[in-house]
Write a protein that binds this ligand. Structure first.
Ligand code: HEC
Length: 126
């Protein structure tokens, strides 16, 4: 009887620590895929993303020759592409849209989420 109780106790301990480690793993994966969507603004968030991945073709000076005439440098021009749905369509590689950045890899999910957040918040010039 004592032996059975002991075995049971060990099983319970193993079970509980097993759960504990599972939770820890889950916590870590949530931290590593963390995407901070607070404080998304046009100047501090959207502009750097476009600068790094889009303006080589869509700056005011390059748009005509390399960007199909689409400008993404000034707020007003970005807002047009955001409101007509093309900005998110192209970065999400949605069907029916050109895939952007053209010739480059898709933007990281976190950057796409930040652009979406800016649009959902009203495409403010902030
Ligand atoms: C290597 C050059 C290049 C880069 C980099 C690039 N684009 Fe483009 N983009 C183009 C060209 C060329 C077109 C016009 C394509 C066409 O009309 O066939 C275009 C078209 C577009 C359009 C209009 C699509 C439509 O259906 O009218 C949008 C919006 C756009 N790009 C956004 C972006 C965004 C956002 C980025 C960065 C994430 C980006 N582009 C990066 C070359 C580029």
């Amino acid at each position: 009887m004592r032996q059975t109780l002991k075995t049971l106790l060990i099983l319970i301990v193993v079970f509980i620590t097993g759960c504990y480690y599972d939770n820890e793993e889950k916590l870590y994966s949530e931290v590593s895929t963390n995407c901070d969507l607070s404080n998304v603004t046009f100047v501090l968030t959207v502009t750097p993303i476009l600068q790094a991945s889009c303006l080589s073709c869509h700056s005011n000076s390059k748009a005509g020759s390399s960007g199909g005439g689409v400008k993404l440098q000034n707020y007003a021009d970005v807002q047009v592409q955001a409101k007509n749905g093309k900005l998110m369509g192209v970065v999400k590689h949605a069907s029916g849209f050109q895939e952007m950045p053209q010739g480059g890899g898709k933007l990281p999910d976190c950057e796409i989420s930040k652009l979406q957040k800016w649009i959902d918040s009203g495409t403010l010039n902030n």
